[in-house]
Design a protein around this ligand. Sequence first.
Ligand SMILES: [Fe+2]
Length: 368
Amino acid sequence: MTSTAEDLLQSLRQQSRENKNSDIEQGAGAHITESLSHYYQRVRQQSLKLCSDLEIEDFQLQADAFVSPTKWHLAHTSWFFETFILKTTPDYQAFHPQFEYLFNSYYNAVGKQYPRDKRGLMSRPTVQEVKAYRQYVDQKLMALLETEKDLTPEQTDLIVLGLNHEQQHQELMLTDLKYNLSFNPLYPIYAKAKFPKGQAPDSKQNDSIEPLEFIEFGGGIYNFGRKGTGFRFDNETPRHQSLVNDFRLANRLTTNKEFCQFIDAGGYQDPQYWLADGWSWVQKNNVTAPLYWQLESEDQQQPQRYEFRLTGYGQLHPQQPVTHVSFYEADAYARWAGKRLPSEYEWEVASKKREIKGLLLSLKVFIR
Ligand SMILES: [Fe+2]
């Protein structure tokens, strides 16, 4: 076993010790209510479903070093299961001797890594070969899962970790793909817009935005960090207490329309709203609006704001929450509005009892 896998196990064992006497939290993880093999198949199939409508050329795009090609994500998530689980089982034959090098990332202890900024140059293995790699890993993993009772607790924990890792990459696949596609003047559409009934953005709905109000929260010593026995990443623990003062938090997110007011008031040109590092970033990169926004005008008199979404290029939806802003932009907007951003502690207090809702993957809306 590699030292990296040992580190992961160490962290999981530590969590298990810490939670021995903790309460079991409701909804700690969907996999608790389903078998591990079903959970495994559901997550692995989801990755393929996310790229089922892509053209073969789309899988290869890498517009910058900080994004990865879709094909690489599909291979890397399989590499995780192969490296940390399958290679520790007797007689396992690696699918390809060089895949460990090609699809490793940031796990220095595993070995050398192919340069991150050159992932888009790997035209081979092909998409079909990567899909075959996934299939191979799935067959071997499913064979292990058939004898689930023979799995060691460490193997089970690593499989669950691998599935959570893959779900993180599913989110990355979409954010990376959006960035990659945005460089194409044809603005390819990843998915057609679908909205729950009555929720389609429409400029006529501007007045239907919930009025901005501030909800009061009482201060005190609160518990923070994950409790319960379900899966958690190591940065969600240890559970601890911290003092939070009285605070007020907005009852909804800032809309595109409100952010436009900040832009129109010269927010991107006024250093008083920006942290020093943020102001350097604005200057160096000539930032004038959130990523993916463009100002277009047919007659130069009435410029309109447009944005690129996974559903294509179109007019900005004024009533939708502003997205793709950096911490610096969010912070500058809050200062301009005479407020501040909430701390992580305040947000945790405020969100603890709120229902999880939003434009989540299951809705397939993809307007972000
Ligand atoms: Fe990863």
